[in-house]
Design a protein around this ligand. Sequence first.
Ligand code: SAM
Length: 240
Amino acid sequence: MDGRDDGRGAQPEALNSVSAPLLEGEASRPALSWRDRWQARYQAGQWLFGRKPSAWLVSLDPILPRQGRALSLGEGEGRNAVWLAKRGLSVTAVDFAPAALARARSLAAEACVRLAVIEADITRWRPPAGGFDLVLLMFVQLPPAEREPVHRAAVEALAPGGLLVLEAFAKGPWRSCGPKTDEARYDPATLEHDFRDLSIIKLISGLTLLDEGDAHRGEASVVRLVARRPTLDGLVYAPI
Ligand SMILES: C[S@@+](CC[C@H](N)C(=O)[O-])C[C@H]1O[C@@H](n2cnc3c(N)ncnc32)[C@H](O)[C@@H]1O
């Protein structure tokens, strides 16, 4: 089953399924893997998620680090990675769609910042343990069998005291964008479980209005998390 976000509310389907919904520009149903469908979608032309960072991420500006290393899993076209790099972080952006990463590189070049860009499947690629002061998971909608190991890897990637920021479509009635089925949507209880080794600073869920490019526009039910890995002495420094 595969109910992940293709931004237009895809129904569950098997990887490589010939019954996958048509993407813009496709004349017939291709037998494409999930990665190839994302690639085709990005290749179709327009910026899917826009060039501006997530409003939720920007709202966290006062508590985000301004130096150190950040990792964005499923970064897409670079909007969040570039914003973090402009604030002074050394950012690694990982995605399996080369067309998205090409856009991320060009956005970084325009902004005169550098990104470390890695083309990889985050369900298999493992970041260096303890390597990052900030880990982002922005609208990376995975079914449980993939979500849990990716979330575990995200936790392990955090340095002591490091922050994890996640934003995702929430379970419940479908609004205007995101996956249409609950399988690849999250709720606070799921995130509390996945990130139980972190100190949760904020965990909120509710309706919002997204305006993030053509793929994320309109009313959406989202869940948002900020959590910190305790420091080695067990203390959590949370300047909120
Ligand atoms: C809804 S988009 C969000 C992109 C970006 N985080 C943002 O908020 O603008 C999901 C992204 O996750 C990537 N993705 C999905 N599954 C992935 C996987 N298994 N490995 C790497 N990237 C993946 C897709 O290519 C896509 O760029």
